[in-house]
Design a protein around this ligand. Structure first.
Ligand code: NAD
Ligand code: ZN
Length: 351
């Protein structure tokens, strides 16, 4: 079968021919109907061997960690699996299910989970993928093409929004920096789950138009760009949030400029969450550098429960999954469109 793979450390991905995988004990084979493309995929060919091995990745591996399809075959010891033919979405992050984090329902922090389907293990940019039974989420009527992006863009942004909910009282403002795949869902989760006014920030006017469509109350353009002076950017954000500042800022970009501007816009007792992997840093002094009494945190992906919750929100019509569909042999063009921020919806490949 064709598979879009990273064949060796520091090599760009390409389409190659590989055997159809066999499900092992406790695993099922899934026929992939749809796989969403994530901005993180664009950075994966930059992982060097030492780091990859340290975090438990192995090469070669097939990219794609936003997967939905149907159960195609059952491995041994899968009596609790949905029957063959059942439409499912897949939780991509791996987790052991046994460590203290997993037992507390915080499986996105599982130390055994740094490799997942599509990053360090074979993912969904191929007609078939294998997954353990506990990674399967029955779709209950949801279209797999709409469901695929929910498993990371939808669930990771939900994880972030859930974390800042205590800071969001009526009258408060939440800022979403980077209204792309994850940010578009974050806007919707904020509107569905909190009373906050939502301000979306993006360098792309097209993405700001989509942000409005998805429920943003206000949009701020041009701020947070690499060239933007963070002090001016923070000023523009403060203005958009009223004088007291933002109750919560979620940064889905993560450059020096967006982190500095985002942290600078948070009011006392607010929250700043960093999701974007832009590699930026914050230089902040003891006084005036960080918002007083605020939460400043980074996080990793989403929990299994987050993915189930987001599928339920979509099935109930509380959030929408905007997509643009591409065939597998156009995957490189789809990644280019993602990188250029010209997509209206999440790029979804139908292998
Ligand atoms: P995306 O490309 O769909 O969206 C990024 C958006 O940010 C685009 O709309 C783009 O126009 C905008 N943007 C770029 N530079 C900007 C700037 N300086 N100021 C304001 N807006 C800017 O990407 P995505 O798939 O939604 O991913 C977003 C980020 O989240 C990526 O960095 C990705 O690696 C990261 N991510 C993290 C996790 C995690 O678990 N922590 C999971 C998935 C993705
Ligand atoms: Zn664990």
């Amino acid at each position: 079968m064709p598979a879009y793979r990273i064949n060796d450390w520091l090599e760009n991905p390409r389409l190659v021919d590989v055997p159809v995988p066999q499900p092992g004990r406790g695993e099922v084979l899934v026929a992939v109907a749809a796989n969403g493309l994530c901005h993180s995929d664009l950075t994966m060919s930059q992982i060097a061997g030492e780091i990859g091995e340290l975090i438990g990745w192995r090469v070669p591996f097939t990219l794609g960690h936003e997967i939905a399809g149907a159960v195609a075959a059952l491995g041994e010891d899968t009596t609790d699996a949905p029957q063959v033919g059942t439409p499912v979405a897949l939780v991509s992050p791996a987790s052991c299910g046994r460590c203290a984090y997993c037992l507390a329902g915080r499986d996105s922090a599982c130390p055994n989970g740094l490799a997942g389907r599509g990053y360090g293990r074979d993912g969904g940019l191929a007609p078939y993928v294998v997954a353990p039974v506990r990674a399967l989420i029955p779709l209950n009527g949801l279209d797999p093409v709409a469901a695929a992006p929910l498993t990371d863009a939808g669930a990771t942004s939900y994880h972030a929004v859930r974390r800042v909910l205590p800071a969001l009282a009526p009258g408060g403002t939440a800022v979403v920096i980077g209204a792309g795949g994850l940010g578009g869902f974050a806007i919707q989760h904020l509107k569905a789950c909190s009373p906050a006014r939502v301000v979306a920030v993006d360098t792309s006017p097209a993405r700001l138009a989509v942000a409005r469509e998805l429920g943003a109350d206000e949009t701020v353009s041009g701020v947070g760009s690499e060239r933007g002076d963070p002090a001016r950017v923070a000023g523009a954000l403060k203005e958009a949030c009223g004088n007291e500042g933002a109750a919560a800022v979620l940064d889905f970009v993560g450059t020096d400029a967006t982190i500095t501007a985002g942290v600078g816009a948070v009011r006392p007792c607010g929250a700043f969450g960093l999701v974007g992997s832009g590699g930026g840093r914050l230089r902040a002094s003891w006084y005036g550098g960080l918002p007083r009494e605020a939460e400043v945190f980074t996080f990793q992906g989403s929990t299994i429960a987050d993915a189930h919750a987001v599928v339920a929100l979509a099935a109930a019509g509380r959030i929408r999954s905007l997509v643009e569909v591409f065939p597998l042999d156009s995957v490189a063009d789809a990644y280019d469109a993602l990188d250029d921020a010209t997509l209206r919806g999440r790029a979804v490949i139908t292998p």
